[in-house]
Design a protein around this ligand. Structure first.
Ligand code: CP
Length: 312
């Protein structure tokens, strides 16, 4: 439970060096889906201010597979947040009840703010449009599993590149490796933030913009598809303008590299047609399953060892 010094946390993928990311992947591969009792007697608080299927339940499964217990909430209904309790006070309560906190929050920067006041390790499970570092680590795990490397990859990011925290985190991580090339495919109103792209280029990353999936599907090693996030757009008119603008079908994938894999953080709505599921390129369901060993590795490294400094 809470200690006097600030605990090592995972707030942004930028907190991790290449060696630290590789260490997480190595431990995840070693742990797999096996059960242990290494979290016996320890409790993890899952605080989800936004909906989640995969992140919350894979953390829940990870804790259970390691013999620990969980507390927290999967929405704020029925909690004192409804009475006006602040994030500050909620974090102070759960650091008293638990040995680590997993936080999803709609506000950019909420995880950093919470980690700075938490006396137990805090893991960012997604903050607004900012970062989703545990998703990125399972994305890297999936890329390494399917491509055999994390260097010299051509990766297309498509969909909502403006508000999508998964693509923002993933682009940061890929810049930490050597020779990766990003191909950005988005409608004009949902383009990857220019400032962020400039920062990545300054770190040596090659980035190309495209308008059509068909222009790039045959060139890339990984096609990372994301949902148009209705809930983050300013209004319904904006959503109607862009919905369905990038729909991946099996026909789009004809001529793609044999080993090319389609990833998606999920949930999908209609951006990947059902006929893609049966192709050799579909990897998104295995990708989601990889969330369990990756999150187990993070729990071990942050709660039981001091191997992750938490910040570079
Ligand atoms: N990928 C992801 O964050 O999914 P959930 O919103 O279901 O957790």
């Amino acid at each position: 439970m809470a200690t006097a010094t600030r605990a090592a946390s995972l707030v942004s993928i930028r907190d991790l060096s290449r060696a630290e990311m590789e260490r997480v992947l190595e431990v995840a591969a070693e742990m797999g889906h096996a059960r242990s009792d290494e979290l016996h007697g320890k409790q993890v608080a899952l605080l989800f201010y936004e909906p989640s299927t995969r992140t919350r339940n894979s953390f829940l499964t990870a804790v259970h597979q390691m013999g620990g217990t969980v507390c927290g909430f999967d929405n704020t209904e029925g909690t004192s947040v409804q009475k006006g309790e602040t994030l500050h006070d909620t974090i102070k309560m759960f650091e008293a009840y638990s040995d680590a906190i997993v936080l999803r929050h709609p506000r950019d920067g909420a995880a950093r703010w919470a980690a700075d006041l938490s006396g137990v390790p805090l893991i960012n499970a997604g903050d607004g449009k900012n970062q989703h570092p545990t998703q990125t680590l399972l994305d890297l795990f999936s890329m390494r599993a399917t491509q055999g490397r994390l260097d010299n990859l051509h990766v297309a990011l498509t969909g909502d590149l403006k508000y999508g925290r998964t693509v923002h985190s993933l682009a940061d991580a890929l810049a930490e490796f050597r020779g990766n090339v990003l191909h950005l495919v988005a409608p004009p109103t949902l383009e990857f933030p220019a400032q962020h792209a400039a920062e990545l280029r300054a770190r040596g990353m090659e980035i190309h913009q495209h308008r059509r999936l068909e222009d790039i599907a045959r060139e890339v090693d990984v096609l990372y598809v994301t949902r148009i996030q209705r809930e983050r757009l300013p209004d319904e008119t904006e959503y109607e303008k862009v919905r369905g603008s990038y729909r991946l079908t099996a026909a789009t994938l004809e001529g793609a590299k044999d080993n090319m894999r389609v990833l998606h953080p999920l949930p999908r709505v209609d951006e990947i047609a059902a006929d893609v599921d049966a192709t050799k390129h579909a990897y998104y369901f295995e990708q989601a399953r990889n969330g369990i060993p990756v999150r187990k590795a993070l729990l071990r490294l942050l709660m039981l060892t001091d191997e992750l400094a938490g910040e570079k």
